[in-house]
Design a protein around this ligand. Structure first.
Ligand SMILES: Nc1nc2c(ncn2[C@@H]2O[C@H](COP(=O)(O)OP(=O)(O)OP(=O)(O)O)[C@@H](O)[C@H]2O)c(=O)[nH]1
Ligand SMILES: [Zn+2]
Length: 202
């Protein structure tokens, strides 16, 4: 499994190689029996390359670059942002998985908290990469621990994987739920139960 440290190498990556992606898409179109030079497809390799650059933009982003703004509000109790939309790409089939992330944390003793939108941005840093849902979940939790140094973190993600819906086992509606719990939220069943009831409840 890749570690948080690996994700920190993101800024060392060369820029997205549009030419290479376009050549690969042309090849793929030949492989499926299509003619990439026919009218309807002639711009497709370039379009797909641009789409992939966007879908995998998180490879070139770091959690430090988004978890920047912190406020010293002195609030030392749980902060929870629910229902953050997730769009990621399954690294096994390169098709989307989509759903919601719920992120809660208990700030450290100084009550140092981050901007709410930064948590949603953090989801995209790790979602916009070839992913598996388990790693997406733990990378979000571990980067919060490392950067915000909170007393506890809980990340719950629920997604539907198109590789299980549009192909293969074909089970639309099946949802995968993953969680990563760190610090006080892991150690204290009462605090964890409170977080879970906030996530599950209205
Ligand atoms: N644990 C985990 N598995 C995933 C995720 N996304 C896709 N998968 C699974 O990855 C597995 C890949 O299985 P393989 O047998 O190698 O591939 P496959 O023949 O295409 O498998 P099927 O999807 O069952 O047709 C499948 O069971 C997928 O459901 C994920 O985020 N986490
Ligand atoms: Zn898949």
């Amino acid at each position: 499994m890749s570690t948080l440290a690996e994700s920190h190498d993101a800024t060392d990556l060369p820029p997205f190689d549009h030419g290479r992606a376009e050549r690969a898409i042309r090849e793929l179109l030949y492989a499926v029996g299509e003619d990439p030079d026919r009218e309807g497809l002639k711009d497709t390799p370039a379009r797909v390359a641009r789409a992939y650059a966007e879908m995998f933009a998180g490879l070139r982003m770091t959690p430090e670059s988004v978890l920047t703004t912190t406020f010293d509000l002195g609030h030392d109790e749980m902060v929870l942002v629910k229902d953050i939309e997730v769009w990621s790409v399954c690294e096994h089939h390169l098709v989307p998985f989509t759903g919601s992330a719920h992120i809660g944390y208990i700030p450290n003793d100084e009550g140092q908290i981050t901007g709410l939108s930064k948590l949603a941005r953090l989801v995209d840093v790790f979602a916009k990469r070839p992913q598996v849902q388990e790693r997406l979940t733990s990378q979000i939790a571990d980067s919060m621990v490392e950067i915000l140094k909170p007393r506890g973190v809980i990340v719950v993600i629920e997604c539907e994987h198109l590789c299980m819906t549009m192909r293969g086992v074909r089970k639309p509606g099946a949802k995968t739920v993953t969680s990563a719990v760190r610090g006080q939220l892991r150690d204290s069943p009462t605090t964890r139960a409170e977080a879970m009831s906030l996530i599950i409840g209205g």
